[in-house]
Design a protein around this ligand. Structure first.
Ligand code: AMP
Ligand code: MG
Length: 487
C-alpha cells in the first residue's frame, strides 16, 4: 500500500483540475524499477500485486490519492500558447522517501483531462518504452531527470499514423512544475498565484533559501544554476533534447519529456533529430542559448517580486540572465575537463578542449567513442573501438599533446585512467539500438532485446568486451534519422 500525500492539491484550486484516470481494459505489467521502488519505500510484493498494477495504470484510485491534472502554458518553438496543461498526464499524489524527499507520482497516458485539447490523452507503447529507457540511461549517466517507475500495457489500441498498443508510464519527479506553469499565471496577471507557486517550489525544492533576504531573487538564481548545470551535462554526452519548449523546462532542473530526444553518433554541433524542428531551433549547439531564453521567460514572470520598482526589477533580472552565460560555460568546462582527466585547470586547457571538438567535427568522429577511447589511449590498449579515432591523424596528434598535459596532474596513471573511465560512458542509448529494440518489441510482443539494452545502458561506464558492438555507431549511419514527439 502507498501512503500518498497531496501537497499540490492543497494549493489554490486554479493550479489544477481534479481528474479521474480512465480505466484501462486489460492492464499488463511490462517492467518496474526496483531500485526506485526501494528508494520510495514501496514494497516489491505490493508493486507486483494486482493492487500495484491497478494503481499504476489508473484502474483503481487508491485511498489517499487525489488525482489531478496541472495547468500550464508555454512557448512552443518560440510561439506563445496560452494554455497547455497535462493533456495526457495525471498526478496521483506524492510519496516521501526514506530521506524525507518528496516525489511526484504521475501517470502518463492515462486518458483525457480538461487540458487534452485535440489529443486522446493516451500514450502508445513505443514512446513509453523510449521514455522509460532514456530516462534510466540519463539517470545512470548522472544527469538530473524524471524517472520511470512502472510501465504497463493498457490492453487497448491507440491510433496514431498507425494503430499501436496503448501503454502507461508512471513518472516520478521532484517536481512537475515548469517555467510554463509560471507563465500561465503571469500571463493572466494572477501574480498572487505566481507568488504562491514560487513559495511552494522554494519550500519543497530549495528550502535552503527560505530565510534569504530576497528569496525570490535567490529562487531565480537557483533555477538558473540548476538549468545551466543540466544543459552542461547534456552537452557533455552529446544529448539533444529536441523540444526545449518552456513547458518542457523543469523548474528544478530535471530533464523532462523524452519525446524526440536522441544522442548524436558522429559529432556535429548542428545536429537536429526532431522531425518537427525544421529550422534547428533546438539543435545541439543551440541548447545553452535556448535555455537562457527560457530562463528569461521565467524571470519576466517574477519581476514584481524582485523589487518594488519595475525598472529596477528589470535590471536585476537582466543582470542574472546575463550572468547565465558564464555560469553555463563554467559548468561545461568543468564537465569536459573531468572527461579529459584534468583535475585542475592549467593555462592551455581550454585550447586543448576546443582543438578536440574541432577535430571531432572535421573528421566526423563519434562523440561517445572520442571520449571513451581516452582511457584506452592512456593505457595503450588496442581494441575494437580503437579504429574509430585512430583513423584521424589529427586525433592521434592531439592525444600526444593531451598525454603531455596529463603529466602535470601529479597522479599515478592508473588513477587518472580510473577517473577517465568513470567520466566517459562506454555506452549510450544510440538511436539505431533504441529503434531496433523497440521495433522488435512492437512487432513480436517480445521485450528481450529491449530489456537487454535497458540493462546495458543502466551500467554505462562498465566495459564488457562481449558487448562491444553495442558501443559502436551503426555500420551505415542514417543521416536522415528523425525522431517524433511521443504522443
Ligand atoms: P509535449 O510535446 O509532450 O511536451 O506535449 C505538449 C502538450 O500537448 C502538453 O500539454 C501535453 O499534455 C499535450 N499532449 C501531448 N500528447 C497528447 C495526447 N495524446 N493527448 C492529449 N494531450 C497531449
Ligand atoms: Mg511536455
Amino acid at each position: 500500500m502507498i501512503e500518498f500525500e497531496n501537497s499540490f492539491h492543497k494549493l489554490n484550486t486554479d493550479f489544477y483540475e481534479n481528474v479521474i484516470p480512465s480505466k484501462p481494459p486489460k492492464p499488463e505489467l511490462i517492467s518496474f524499477n526496483k531500485s526506485l521502488s526501494n528508494l520510495l519505500g514501496i514494497r516489491i510484493s505490493w508493486i507486483e500485486s494486482i493492487e500495484g498494477l491497478e494503481c499504476f495504470t489508473g484502474k483503481q484510485v487508491i485511498k489517499n490519492s487525489n488525482p489531478l491534472a496541472m495547468v500550464y502554458a508555454g512557448h512552443q518553438f518560440g510561439n506563445w500558447v496560452p494554455r497547455l496543461g497535462d493533456g495526457r498526464a495525471i498526478l496521483l499524489g506524492e510519496i516521501l522517501d526514506q530521506n524525507n524527499e518528496r516525489w511526484d507520482i504521475q501517470l502518463k497516458g492515462s486518458g483525457l483531462t480538461p487540458f487534452s485539447r485535440n489529443g486522446d490523452g493516451k500514450a502508445a507503447l513505443g514512446p513509453v518504452l523510449r521514455e522509460y529507457l532514456m530516462s534510466e540511461a540519463m539517470h545512470q549517466l548522472g544527469i538530473p531527470t524524471t524517472l520511470g517507475l512502472f510501465i504497463a500495457k493498457t490492453g487497448e489500441n491507440v491510433y496514431r499514423e498507425k494503430v499501436f498498443p496503448g501503454a502507461i508510464i508512471t513518472r516520478v519527479a521532484k517536481s512537475h512544475i515548469r517555467v510554463g506553469t509560471f507563465q500561465y499565471f503571469a500571463s493572466l496577471g494572477k501574480y498572487n498565484l505566481v507568488k504562491e507557486l514560487m513559495d511552494y517550489v522554494i519550500k519543497r525544492n530549495f528550502p535552503e533559501i527560505t530565510t534569504n533576504q530576497n528569496k525570490y531573487l535567490s529562487f531565480l538564481k537557483f533555477v538558473i544554476d540548476a538549468q545551466a548545470k543540466l544543459i552542461s551535462k547534456w552537452m557533455s554526452v552529446g544529448f539533444i533534447h529536441g523540444v526545449m519548449n518552456t513547458d518542457n523546462c523543469s523548474i528544478v532542473g530535471d530533464t523532462i519529456d523524452y519525446g524526440p530526444c536522441a544522442f548524436m553518433d558522429k559529432y556535429n554541433e548542428n545536429t537536429v533529430f526532431s522531425s518537427i524542428d525544421t529550422f534547428g531551433r533546438y539543435s545541439y549547439k543551440n541548447q545553452p542559448l535556448i535555455c537562457q531564453w527560457n530562463l528569461a521567460q521565467l524571470a519576466n514572470c517574477i519581476l514584481p517580486f524582485l523589487s518594488d520598482e519595475k525598472e529596477k526589477s528589470i535590471k536585476i533580472a537582466q543582470n542574472e540572465i546575463d550572468k547565465y552565460s558564464e555560469v553555463y560555460h563554467n559548468y561545461f568546462s568543468k564537465e569536459i575537463f573531468k572527461k579529459l582527466g584534468f583535475s585542475c585547470k592549467i593555462e592551455d586547457d581550454n585550447k586543448l578542449k576546443d582543438e578536440l571538438f574541432d577535430i571531432m567535427k572535421r573528421d566526423e568522429l563519434d562523440f561517445t567513442i572520442s571520449f571513451s577511447n581516452l582511457y584506452f589511449e592512456l593505457l595503450d590498449i588496442d581494441n575494437d573501438l580503437s579504429e574509430f579515432t585512430s583513423k584521424s591523424r589529427d586525433f592521434t596528434k592531439w592525444i600526444s599533446k593531451w598525454k603531455l598535459r596529463l603529466k602535470k596532474e601529479k597522479k599515478p596513471v592508473n588513477q587518472i585512467a580510473e577517473n577517465l573511465k568513470q567520466s566517459n560512458p562506454i555506452i549510450i542509448p544510440r538511436n539505431h539500438l533504441v529503434e531496433e529494440a523497440i521495433n522488435f518489441a512492437l512487432e513480436n510482443d517480445n521485450f528481450s532485446k529491449y530489456f537487454n539494452l535497458l540493462k546495458l545502458v543502466s551500467d554505462p561506464f562498465k566495459y564488457k568486451e562481449k558487448y562491444v558492438n553495442y558501443y559502436k555507431p551503426p555500420d551505415v549511419l542514417d543521416e536522415n534519422f528523425k525522431t517524433f514527439c511521443g504522443t
